[in-house]
Design a protein around this ligand. Structure first.
Ligand code: FMN
Length: 214
């Protein structure tokens, strides 16, 4: 089995990095082959080019490599903080440039992009770990947890992924070292459950968000 693991956080000693290292170590211990990338460390350029906008072809080696790895992976892990209800800009750029046709989704012949997409990442598992400084009640009822629909419907669902897990760790600013250790144990448990176990934690959402005929 193979996994793509993407972290988007500029500070290598952040709690997000602790999550990232825990995910990678746990996957490695489960004999899962890793394609792990720290987007800041790899100096990923998040800006979609004119050429990429007009075609499915990129001349950026990193973009092409990440896209092929996504296709090869069974598990897709994304780790990032909540920044304005969105992923950090560098990860937004990864989404724009890497999660693209023809690797991640496409449209049926004759469809210029206005119809239902064909998900090309069907059968894979999408797992997201987020951090934030907002109480759950306020996040859900006032902000409406935008990261959940961004990942679940806008990205994974669009690409045909039907098995999804997301956890928001909060409130990082007030957390104790003991709390953070406990959270990292939870991260390990999730990875084990996804790879090994009953996968009972995963949400299934076969909502036919993609083109059902293909
Ligand atoms: C640019 C920026 C925007 C942020 N926006 C939000 C937000 O919308 N909601 C929130 O709860 N926290 C927000 N935060 C706080 C971060 O989510 C928080 O610092 C981070 O999750 C802590 O994890 P870390 O210790 O790994 O950095 C923001 C922080 C930054 C730097």
């Amino acid at each position: 089995m193979k996994a793509t693991v993407i972290i988007a956080h500029p500070y290598p000693k952040s709690f997000n990095h602790a999550i990232y290292h825990t995910v990678c170590a746990e996957l490695a211990s489960l004999q899962v082959e890793l394609f792990n990338h720290d987007l800041y460390e790899e100096n990923f350029n998040p800006t979609l080019t004119v050429e990429e906008l007009g075609s499915d072809i990129s001349t950026d080696k990193l973009v092409n490599r990440y896209a092929l790895e996504l296709q090869e992976s069974d598990y897709l892990f994304f780790i990032h903080p909540n920044w304005w209800g969105q992923p950090p800009a560098i990860l937004k750029g990864y989404i724009d440039r890497v999660i693209r046709p023809p690797h991640a989704y496409d449209f049926p012949p004759g469809d210029t992009g206005g119809g239902l997409p064909i998900g090309k990442l069907k059968g894979k598992y999408g797992i997201v770990f987020n951090t934030s400084n907002t109480e759950e009640e306020r996040e859900n009822n006032y902000f409406h947890d935008p990261l959940d629909s961004i990942w679940k419907q806008c990205i994974f669902g669009f690409c045909g992924i039907e098995k999804y897990y997301r956890k928001m760790f909060r409130i990082i600013a007030d957390s104790t070292p003991e709390q953070r250790k406990q959270w990292l144990r939870e991260v390990s448990d999730v990875v084990q459950d996804v790879v090994n176990g009953s996968q009972k934690i995963l949400q299934s959402f076969a909502e036919h968000t993609t083109n059902p005929g293909l």
